[in-house]
Ligand binder design. Structure first.
Ligand SMILES: NC(=O)C1=CN([C@@H]2O[C@H](COP(=O)(O)OP(=O)(O)OC[C@H]3O[C@@H](n4cnc5c(N)ncnc54)[C@H](OP(=O)(O)O)[C@@H]3O)[C@@H](O)[C@H]2O)C=CC1
Ligand SMILES: Nc1nc(O)c(N)c(N[C@@H]2O[C@H](COP(=O)(O)O)[C@@H](O)[C@H]2O)n1
Length: 227
């Protein structure tokens, strides 16, 4: 049992999520950011990796006051639950994700993470521990599902997206391709990690929609189930 999982990320025309210095860059235009905001508002939870927290210090809040009010009218908190994959409990206590906006936060650690760090983070977030050395995704998704999370949005970065894609733990993949070239063999891409060698292991996708937004393209894929 796991939530319905939608991966969303913006990449340059050459497939990069940011610069080789891992500095946050603006790839989406205002209409695409508004689309992402709607996706956030429709989600029960939003997840990123600790790499993204260190690089971008995101808050992952819903930005539109109308969308926040609509969530409140539905009896939901203004913001979806914000989740960080952080095996070693390294999330800074001053991170925007812990500080900005109302709503629940979850830090997901590995079972062998430092207890003192876990206790300190536990003052600001719920702690879930899953797996040894690195967060085990199937274990986490089972726990999220049991706690009522039905719709989970993955916002990056490339290492986390690779894990969800390579483990077949996704239902939709939304990529916005912006009108810039970032370049750099070491710059993060949509799916980093070790990559596949064997073609039979490639996750296969079904094209759903291609839409012009701002001066780029949104491509929506669904996971193709094995036959
Ligand atoms: N353009 C866009 O849409 C976006 C761009 N970005 C960019 O991406 C970059 C960050 O990406 P990246 O450095 O890859 O970091 P990620 O955000 O993907 O975080 C990766 C880290 O998450 C932790 N983690 C814990 N469990 C897992 C698991 N099961 N699978 C994968 N990771 C796990 C690992 O650290 P540990 O084991 O120590 O916990 C790992 O190193 C930044 O440059 C950022 O600006 C990010 C999001 C969106
Ligand atoms: N959709 C999209 N387009 C871009 O151009 C981006 N740079 C990102 N980045 C993601 O948004 C997070 C920042 O969120 P907040 O503004 O702090 O709420 C960032 O961490 C990336 O996950 N996304």
């Amino acid at each position: 049992m796991r939530p319905y999982i939608i991966i969303n990320a913006a990449m340059s025309a050459d497939g990069k999520l940011s610069t080789r210095e891992r500095r946050q860059v603006r790839i989406s235009g205002s209409d695409d950011f508004a689309r992402v905001d709607r996706m956030r508002a429709e989600s029960d939870a939003i997840l990123v990796g600790i790499g993204t927290v260190h690089a971008d210090d995101p808050s992952l809040t819903v930005k539109s006051p109308e969308l926040r009010s609509a969530r409140r009218r539905e009896g939901r908190p203004e913001n979806p639950i914000r989740i960080v994959l952080d095996s070693h409990a390294e999330t800074p206590l001053s991170a925007d994700i812990l500080v900005k906006g109302e709503g629940e936060r979850i830090i997901v650690v590995a079972e062998d993470a430092d207890l003192r760090k876990i206790r300190a983070l536990g003052e600001h977030a719920m702690i879930i521990s899953c797996g040894k050395g690195r967060v085990d995704l199937p274990c986490l998704l089972q726990k999220l599902s049991e706690s009522g999370i039905e719709r989970l949005m993955i916002e990056g970065g490339g290492t986390v997206i690779w894990s969800f894609l390579s483990e077949g733990l996704f239902d939709e993949l939304n990529t916005y391709i912006g009108s810039c070239v970032i370049g750099g063999a070491m710059a993060p891409t949509l799916a980093d990690g070790e990559g596949f060698i064997d073609e039979s292991q490639f996750p296969r996708l079904l094209l759903q929609e291609v839409q012009r937004i701002d001066d780029g393209l949104l491509i929506r894929w669904k996971r193709k189930m094995e036959e």
